[in-house]
Ligand binder design. Structure first.
Ligand SMILES: [Fe+2]
Length: 297
């Protein structure tokens, strides 16, 4: 097709996309051209901005390594990761879901912990936290024998793999639900932390006057044959950044019931007040039990 006017470029590109043999790839590429060309017209993208855009993508590629993914960080910072999650869970976006973002720090082979045990593996000053979880199916029936990986940042907002002062696998553990679908463990109360800001995403946040913080959260990955693997985060509503998560991950369903206690603990006499508790029920959806690829070793 010989192009005569700017409108012709879109028609020519769409005609080529329409010939894609695979139907899903065809659907995606046709919509992509329609939206991208529409976006460029909307903002009347200049030549200088286009050159800048390609330079930014090149830089994001250079910044991405085995240990850091600037594209995942950008997708989160634009709300894309959260949108994809919510569209594909909770009965395709129609009901509440406990699914949330995996984040960059899940590790395979967390050490096994008995219910009621501690996931604190090296001296970690902080208020004690007692977590009581329950795993149920869509009808609220308990799911026994589910494997529950939990992990969280320290009371100063660092994961063990980022912090030489913490033991390997500190604040991580793998539990199994009992016949009532329950699991429980002891840890220390954690805080929110900033996402990495030394790359393209950091410059974007700065240009937009945004802070880089994620509110305090407890990660969980729950695996049980017969159910879709649940990747969840439970957030602390008392966190100062609960309304402004840099990654748009906080949903109403995932606001946790963290309770501050100043009375003695009834079953743990070694615990000095104040301490925290968290009770949360995780709901599994039907689907395939597959593990994601661990973002780090
Ligand atoms: Fe996290």
């Amino acid at each position: 097709m010989i192009i005569e006017r700017e409108q012709d470029v879109t028609a020519a590109a769409l005609a080529v996309m329409e010939r894609t043999p695979d139907p899903r790839l065809r659907e995606i590429t046709v919509a992509l051209i329609r939206h991208l060309h529409g976006f460029i017209r909307d903002v009347r993208l200049t030549e200088a901005e286009f050159r800048e855009a390609t330079a930014i993508l090149s830089e994001m590629g250079r910044l991405t390594t085995d240990k850091h993914n600037e594209f995942v960080l950008m997708a989160g910072s634009l709300g894309i990761s959260s949108l994809v999650c919510l569209l594909n869970n909770g009965a395709d976006g129609n009901t509440e879901t406990d699914q949330s973002l995996l984040g960059p720090f899940w590790r395979l082979n967390s050490p096994r912990v008995e219910n009621g045990g501690s996931i604190v593996r090296s001296e970690t000053p902080g208020a004690p936290l007692f977590v009581n979880g329950r795993v149920v199916d869509q009808d609220g029936r308990p799911v026994a024998g589910a494997e529950v990986d939990v992990w969280h940042a320290s009371p100063v907002g660092r994961y063990e793999n980022q912090d030489p002062e913490q033991a390997d696998m500190n604040l991580r553990g793998k539990l199994t639900t009992d016949v009532d679908g329950r699991f429980s463990f002891r840890s220390v109360m954690f805080v929110g932390y900033p996402i990495p800001t030394d790359g393209v995403v950091g410059r974007l946040l700065k240009a937009q006057g945004r802070h880089p913080y994620r509110p305090a959260h407890l990660h969980a990955l729950i695996f049980k044959r017969g159910f879709k693997t649940l990747i969840s985060q439970v957030y602390d509503p008392a966190d100062p950044n609960i309304e402004s998560d840099a990654q748009f991950g906080v949903t109403r369903a995932l606001l946790g019931k963290f309770v501050w206690h100043d009375e003695p603990h009834s079953t743990a006499p070694d615990v000095a007040a104040p301490w925290y508790s968290l009770d949360h029920t995780y709901r599994l959806e039907p689907g395939e039990a597959v593990l994601p690829r661990p973002p780090i070793e």
